[in-house]
Design a protein around this ligand. Sequence first.
Ligand SMILES: NC(=O)c1ccc[n+]([C@@H]2O[C@H](COP(=O)([O-])OP(=O)(O)OC[C@H]3O[C@@H](n4cnc5c(N)ncnc54)[C@H](OP(=O)(O)O)[C@@H]3O)[C@@H](O)[C@H]2O)c1
Length: 336
Amino acid sequence: MPLPTMRAVRLHEHGGPDVLRYDEVPVPEPGPGEVLVRVHAAGINPPDWYLRGGLTRMPGETESTVSLPLIPGTDVSGVVEAVAADVDSLAVGDEVFGLLRFPGFDGSAYAEYVAAPAPDLARKPAGLDHVHAAGAPMAGLTAWQFLIEAGHDHPSPFQEARHRPTALDAETTVLINGAAGGVGHFALQLAKWKGARVIAVASGAHESFLRELGADRFIDYTKSRPEELVRDADLVLDTVGGPDSKRFLRTLRRGGAQFAVLPGDFDEGETAKLGVTVSSAQVRSNGAQLAELGRLLDAGTVSVAIDSTFPLADARAAHERAARGHIQGKIVLTVT
Ligand SMILES: NC(=O)c1ccc[n+]([C@@H]2O[C@H](COP(=O)([O-])OP(=O)(O)OC[C@H]3O[C@@H](n4cnc5c(N)ncnc54)[C@H](OP(=O)(O)O)[C@@H]3O)[C@@H](O)[C@H]2O)c1
């Protein structure tokens, strides 16, 4: 009997957005510990376009884990269609969302169906539609694991020490660089949930968006240099990274910390002299943490901003949108 098929976006080669092909492929079979999810929406994230562009090794890995063709994507929201015999935590018909198999390039989320490890999934909050739920997993878990709880003991590929969130409360000031993006807008809201004062750094078009999310102060990096305006912050969370990110160290009080979501170049002598620390980590799939974030999403304490949506068949346009930058929230693929 022929295998049932589905539509999925696949990479047959690395390159620009035009290498994303809308193919017909077999529906995957859930393996042990997995469920089959009928995908309603798939969120897109930077690793999707890094992979498309040619990155085939996750940080910390010595060899490529990629063999083409493959279905990219890690973030899904959908409905459980079938359950492996050994899974009792989920049932057919459950609405779920999750970050699948990360770190890894085998999430396979840009598809009508995906086989998903049950521990990577959480029940979708009832008050959230699939598009918003699909925008939450990777960016929301990154903000959660940096700021609230690491949630695992895997070594960071970026440093020897384990990453540890610092305490956030009404006495704490947090500067978030790249505040309007996927990770940044969740980080802002989680810091506000903990009671912290938040300074949001982004380009000017995002000011009202970030103030509505709760930013106490907004700095337009195209007009002023945040490192010249801010002193005595307790924490900097930098989602932009690169060689310039060390300029934020001088905004910290002694004893403060900079969390490098995208690792930058830091000099141990300089951090020691300033009396500050730098820490970085890699987000990992975690359905239990996503369930905790889901409760905040359901309550409206945290919201998911949608930059734009594109049909699955038009994943190429979604990647072209991502390449133009200045993303406000999340780009999501819709699957009908
Ligand atoms: N360590 C991990 O496990 C982990 C997990 C997730 C993501 N990441 C990395 O974190 C980075 C951010 O991810 P994301 O999903 O949040 O990306 P995103 O949604 O593309 O957001 C990036 C944001 O940065 C802003 N930005 C760009 N240049 C800036 C600058 N010079 N100063 C301040 N803001 C600037 C952009 O808007 P404006 O320029 O208009 O303000 C945009 O809103 C990516 O590099 C990603 O690879 C790491």
